[in-house]
Ligand binder design. Structure first.
Ligand code: PHE
Length: 485
């Protein structure tokens, strides 16, 4: 005979008592939705219940629609504006409405308000009523009911809602089911074969559930690379494709390398305890390249060729303090010190540390994308091209280069970009000063840049808070989307 499991028994009993039901209506104590669904599938396969499938359409409200609900439809805003002003020039409306201009204008035209001689003139129409109907429709969908077909159609055309179809099973117990239910003793069936059943031989009296090869398994989400790791890999690939070699450095540095070799004076504010993490250590590593001590002392105190230097007494003790590196430009200077044959095209994507308070656009531990070109014909145009090329290969074309200052570059440029409507600095760049390159024997220009990775990731992944990158919010990690501007 046909054995049934306890959950199948419960479902049969429920159907006998409650009559025809939609699968999703059924609530049984002790069974969750998955148990119920799987029991139903088995009962259908065993021909103990009757089932008809019904397509059920539901709608999902898009972010755009939610925005309109909150701030008004573009055409509604334009209409209200017109109502107030009487008339308005298209060019003025365009500046006022920006991205929404086209949508506002075309939808207003449907209500008979069309541009004449570059102008819109107010006319009383039923537009506001219709907009109210649309808002009502959206609210209905949000609350789980279904608005009129006309409204649905319109909302779909404007991409304000998305359609989703579910299959709903309408089930009821059949004659076989009633028979099996009345004969159910609770021990005719087992889903699992145990070693005990084999040794005792009891398996011979047990009806086993057949495998249902059509059953859909639970959806499993696999592991994946963190979005930041993916971005790092992308950037590494881009620089590699452009002929750059990756260099690697250390988290911990002597200030002599991190700062002095880059001609940063010892009283520079960035060296302050407030900005830099200094390390206390009685186990100092041996100082690499002790010859740089004299070299930096000389250039800081006396300058290089016609450049005057900083005119102060350089302190070796200060230079031998150890810190968490504040930038990866230290990687560049060390690499070039050890590889003085041109040309060099180098980059690194590594962490830096800053004694900084953390907020929506600041981290105290962040990645820098560092790069440099040491080549005979390198010039500022090359650097500008390089920065724009790099960002555009990432799919990002809207950057601005503005004049800036760093003690080790002249000229210097910052890369800025708009995030959340505010201009945010993405990084610095410039051409190394002769005081940096001269004393270590570099004879051609060195173009250098240091760019923030996480701020780029914000734009790339559409985040409004930089801290979200390091938030282990699994939902975000599963659902993030890449936004290319
Ligand atoms: N090191 C600078 C910073 O950390 C960026 C920079 C790199 C500027 C190279 C000029 C040249 O902000």
């Amino acid at each position: 005979g046909t054995g049934i499991s306890y959950s199948e028994y419960l479902v049969l009993k429920y159907l006998k008592e409650n009559g025809e039901k939609s699968e999703y209506e059924i609530i049984i104590d002790g069974l969750d939705q998955r148990n119920i669904s799987s029991a139903i599938s088995y009962l259908i396969a065993k021909n103990l219940i009757k089932s008809t499938e019904r397509k059920k359409t539901t709608y999902i409200v898009t972010d755009e629609a939610m925005g309109y609900l909150k701030d008004g439809f573009p055409e509604e805003k334009l209409y209200k504006y017109l109502k107030n002003a009487g008339r308005a020039k298209l060019s003025d409306i365009k500046t006022m409405f920006k991205d929404c201009f086209g949508i506002a204008l075309s939808n207003l035209a449907k209500y008979g308000i069309k541009p004449v001689n570059g102008e819109l003139i107010y006319r009383d129409t039923r537009l506001l009523d219709y907009v109210e109907d649309l808002k009502k429709g959206i609210n209905e969908i949000i609350s789980g009911s279904v608005p009129d077909a006309g409204i649905i159609d319109f909302l779909k055309k404007r991409n304000l809602i998305r359609e989703k179809t579910n299959i709903d099973r309408i089930i009821s117990i059949n004659e076989n089911g009633l028979k099996v239910l009345s004969g159910y003793t609770g021990n005719q069936y087992s889903g699992q074969l145990t070693s005990e059943m084999i040794t005792s031989g009891s398996y011979k009296n047990i009806v086993f559930r057949p495998y249902d090869l059509n059953m859909r398994p639970e959806e499993a989400s696999g592991g994946g690379l963190h979005p930041l790791t993916q971005l790092i890999r992308n950037i590494r690939r881009i620089f590699t494709e452009m002929g750059f070699t990756e260099m690697h450095g250390h988290f911990i540095e002597y200030t002599a390398w991190n700062m002095d070799m880059l001609f940063i004076p010892q009283d520079h504010p960035a060296r302050d305890l407030q900005d830099t993490f200094y390390l206390d250590s009685d186990r100092l590593p041996e100082f690499e390249n002790p010859e740089i001590i004299d070299l930096v002392k000389n250039v800081h105190e006396n300058g290089y060729k016609s450049y005057s230097g900083w005119n102060y007494k350089w302190s070796e003790e200060e230079g031998k303090k150890i810190i968490m590196r504040t930038h990866t430009t230290v990687n560049t200077i060390r690499y070039l010190y050890n590889n003085r044959n041109p040309p060099q095209y180098i980059f690194s994507i590594e962490k830096v540390f800053r004694h900084e308070s953390v907020d929506w656009k600041h981290l105290s531990e962040l990645y820098q994308i560092e790069g440099a070109v040491y080549a005979r014909d390198a010039n500022l145009s090359t650097l500008k091209w390089l920065l724009r090329e790099f960002y555009s290969r990432l799919g990002f074309n809207k950057i601005r280069l503005i004049p800036s200052y760093y003690p080790y570059t002249e000229p210097s440029m910052d890369v800025v970009v708009e995030i959340n409507g505010k201009e945010v600095e993405l990084g610095g760049s410039g051409i190394f000063r002769p005081e940096v390159t001269g004393p270590i024997g570099l004879k051609y220009p060195v173009l250098a840049f240091g760019l923030g990775l996480e701020r780029l990731a914000m734009i790339y992944y559409g985040l409004t808070d930089i801290r979200d990158i390091y938030n282990s919010d699994i939902e975000w990690l599963k659902n993030y989307k890449i936004r290319l501007y």
